[in-house]
Write a protein that binds this ligand. Structure first.
Ligand code: ZN
Ligand code: ZN
Ligand code: ZN
Length: 176
């Protein structure tokens, strides 16, 4: 398979990107529906059936989902506009956040306060997403920022490259 460098900002789907697969590098995701509902109530926002269904999807442990993938899970029809409004509302409320995958697709994730802080590896060839647990960046970044007079409250990092299946020099037997 050829390995053309791809411009991730173009939003052009990579060849053969079917349903991107989420690989889980470690254990679960304590996103709790009850926490999200309490936040919505506290902000005077309604818990619509669609919002509940979306939140239940994340409570089930999924993350890094596109709107289309969420739509399939919650069973909305062809018209995704209510779902887009719902996702925007949940982002405004600070419950969900997003990042961009290897194919430029917008992927939704629980915000740090509602899940465990983690990062993602995205494959620029097949658009696969791997969740990475743990983070060693906070201290180093805080030290740099401190030197510049900032107090850092948050960071977003997406690691981009080629997954084990897509790299030409396949690694020798990764730990099973
Ligand atoms: Zn995630
Ligand atoms: Zn790949
Ligand atoms: Zn981090």
């Amino acid at each position: 398979m050829s390995r053309e460098p791809q411009d991730t900002r173009s939003g052009v789907a990579s060849p053969g990107s079917g349903d991107p697969h989420l690989r889980r590098a470690a254990q679960g995701h304590p996103f709790r529906l009850a926490d999200a509902v309490a936040t919505l109530r506290g902000r005077g926002l309604r818990l619509t059936p669609l919002k509940r269904a979306v939140l239940e999807t994340f409570e089930s442990g999924d993350c890094a989902l596109t709107a289309e993938e969420i739509g399939v899970r919650v069973g909305v029809g062809m018209d995704l506009s209510p779902l887009y409004r719902c996702l925007a509302s949940l982002e405004d409320a600070g419950i969900l956040t997003h990042f961009y995958g290897g194919d430029g697709s917008r992927r939704y994730d629980p915000a740090d306060e509602f899940g465990v802080h983690h990062h993602h590896l995205v494959c620029l060839n097949c658009s696969g997403v791997t969740r990475v647990e743990g983070c060693a960046l906070s201290h180093e970044i805080a030290a740099e920022a401190d030197a510049l007079g900032y107090v850092v409250s948050d960071h977003e990092v997406v690691l981009k490259g080629l997954c084990p299946d897509c790299r030409d020099d396949k690694p020798q037997t990764p730990r099973a």
